[in-house]
Design a binder for this molecule. Structure first.
Ligand code: AHM
Ligand code: MG
Length: 324
């Protein structure tokens, strides 16, 4: 049995990063406790507030955000935080080393129906001369992440973490420790499972419609095999499935709001999930460009996402390259 901190030390992770990840997990444990109590703790349902994304905040969105903020800003290593639920970044210790970017509770529409949700996080080092209360400090390319991961609150709470040396899973035990339960996760290259919100079909680009159309044809069609579909509506849960048994997950650009290049957010969802997927041997793309190579322009920027089993994502990309 190996505890998270023991494992990170074995991997020769810098002490400061071990400390920061420890703090993140303290906050996530609190979120897990609140979610487990659910109705009993009065944490279900919505607030009257709308966040910067234009979405009504659930009570648990606010609780999870406040917990992460409090724990992180109490850690002297934290120079600042940026959250999907906050309009602007919040400064921490001016001498801190790290910027932490997070989606406190991804999959909010699933909170009240007792389906898996999760906390997604991305860790950057603050660059010299940057002001951690300003968006610019956080607008670093995804390749610069020093750690990324999520905690999936499902039947069990599972941390999926990368510090740039592969991906490992840790399960939260009744003792309060995260224990290593799966080492060096590798995504199978091929799959016959896809995840996409099919109700948006009419809004997609032709390239995505053609690709999904071929999957639906099954063994009679161009792909020559049958595909199965899953849609949980929690990116954390979809990515966890992809990491565990392969698959392709996509939330592509659609024409409902042409000012937005997708629904998911680059800094809170796209970058951290792409780091995990690449570190586990998968591919993550906007359909035109590797997500980790995007140069972010806005802290709440959206992006199109297609990620998962390498051969399947590469097949999807051929539909797009043929048309461009
Ligand atoms: P959220 O951060 O507000 O929860 O939104 C992101 C979620 C993803 O977890 C999920 O993949 C997607 O939105 C679900 O979208 P849809 O409502 O179209 O099914
Ligand atoms: Mg989210």
């Amino acid at each position: 049995m190996l505890l998270l901190s023991q494992f990170l030390k074995q991997q020769e992770t810098e002490d400061k990063l071990v400390d920061l990840i420890g703090t993140l997990m303290l906050a996530c444990k609190e979120v897990a406790i609140q979610l487990r109590e659910g109705e009993l703790a009065g944490v279900l349902g919505s607030t009257d507030n709308t966040n910067v994304q234009g979405e009504t905040q659930k009570k648990m969105d606010v609780i999870a955000n406040d917990l992460l903020k409090k724990f992180l800003l109490d850690n002297a290593l934290v120079a600042g935080i940026a959250s999907e639920e906050e309009d602007h970044p919040v400064g921490g210790n001016p001498n801190g080393k790290y910027l932490v970017i997070f989606d406190p509770l991804d999959g909010s529409s699933n909170i009240d129906i007792n389906v898996s949700v999760g906390t997604i996080f991305s860790v950057l080092e603050i660059e010299e001369g940057m002001d951690p209360t300003k968006d610019e400090a956080y607008l670093q390319c995804g390749r610069k992440q020093v750690a990324a991961g999520y905690v999936l609150y499902g039947q069990s709470s599972i941390l999926s973490l990368s510090t740039g040396h592969g991906v490992n899973f840790f399960t939260l035990a009744h003792t309060g420790d995260f224990i290593l339960t799966r080492q060096q996760v590798t995504i199978p290259k091929e799959t016959n499972e896809f995840a996409i919100n099919m109700s948006n079909h009419r809004f997609w680009e032709d390239e995505m419609r053609n690709y999904i159309g071929d999957l639906l044809q099954g063994e009679e069609g161009a792909r020559g095999k049958n595909f199965n579909m899953r849609w949980i509506a929690s990116m954390v849960a979809e990515v966890h499935r992809v990491l565990t048994r392969g698959g392709i997950f996509a939330y592509p650009w659609d024409s409902r709001d042409s000012s937005k290049p997708g629904k998911l957010r680059l800094m809170y969802e796209g970058n951290p999930m792409s780091m995990l997927i690449e570190q586990a041997g998968g591919v993550s793309s906007t359909c035109y460009k590797n997500i980790l190579d995007l140069e972010p322009k806005h802290i709440h920027q959206r992006c199109s996402v297609a990620l998962g089993s390498s051969k399947e994502v590469e097949t999807l990309l051929t539909y797009h390259s043929e048309s461009s």
